[in-house]
Design a protein around this ligand. Structure first.
Ligand SMILES: Nc1nc2c(c(=O)[nH]1)N[C@H]1C(S)=C(S)[C@@H](COP(=O)(O)O)O[C@H]1N2
Ligand SMILES: [Mo]
Length: 201
């Protein structure tokens, strides 16, 4: 009987592997590191997280304040534009919904801003509704600095360049504006299922 209920649950983990790999991607078991520059090492005592830009009132958290917020454990597949995908990665993080509670804004877009100067742009709706986290742990361990620790954005439904490492804030914007890779021709949105790798895809 086990196979019957399993087949009907329809959860991602129960789908055939191929159905979980977007077009043009291959699976990896390791966890590649892709960084456009050196890994920043901001001491936690100096670390802060901000929501600013087109908001009625800015919000700021220290590392301790962020860690005092409720965290969720999520298991998700991730897809890098360089064509590797990794299934069932396990993260812990603070939902962006939690951070945006009480924030009044008419903005439709967000620039994720990071230590080291990396940026990436996303529609606000792709960060809300349980779709994005500020992740601080991977595989049950504090997030390694090479993978974006102490905290990185996790937006697994878009190509992984949108999951900004060493994130320090979300800047709300009325209009879309390209971030770091988007300025070099990467897609403004980056849906892996539509293979939106480069502008024009
Ligand atoms: N701050 C910052 N975030 C970043 C990047 C970067 O260079 N700097 N690279 C992006 C790209 S292209 C990818 S594929 C993923 C890689 O994350 P990983 O090194 O943990 O695999 O981080 C994304 N976030
Ligand atoms: Mo990437």
């Amino acid at each position: 009987m086990g196979f019957v209920s399993r087949a009907f649950k329809g959860r991602p983990r129960d789908q055939p592997r191929d159905a979980r790999v977007p077009p043009g991607q291959y699976l990896v078991r390791d966890f590649p590191v892709l960084s456009a520059g050196p890994t920043p090492h901001t001491p936690l005592a100096e670390w802060s997280f901000s929501i600013d830009g087109e908001v009625d009132a800015e919000k700021h958290w220290t590392w301790e304040e962020l860690r005092a917020l409720p965290s969720e454990t999520v298991t998700r597949d991730i897809h890098c534009v360089t064509k590797w995908s990794k299934l069932d990665t396990i993260w812990e993080g603070v939902s962006v919904d939690t951070l945006l509670e009480g924030v009044e804004t008419a903005a439709d877009y967000v620039m994720a801003v990071c230590d080291g100067g990396y940026t990436t742009n996303l529609p606000l709706e792709d960060l809300t509704g349980g779709k994005a986290w500020i992740a601080h742990a991977f595989d049950g361990q504090p997030l390694e600095s090479q993978h974006g620790g102490p905290g990185r954005l996790l937006v697994p439904h878009l190509y992984f360049w949108k999951s900004a490492k060493w994130i320090r804030g979300l800047r709300l914007m009325n209009d879309d504006s390209p971030g770091f890779w988007e300025t070099y021709g990467y897609h403004m949105y980056g849906d892996p299922w539509l293979e939106q790798r480069y502008s024009g895809d």
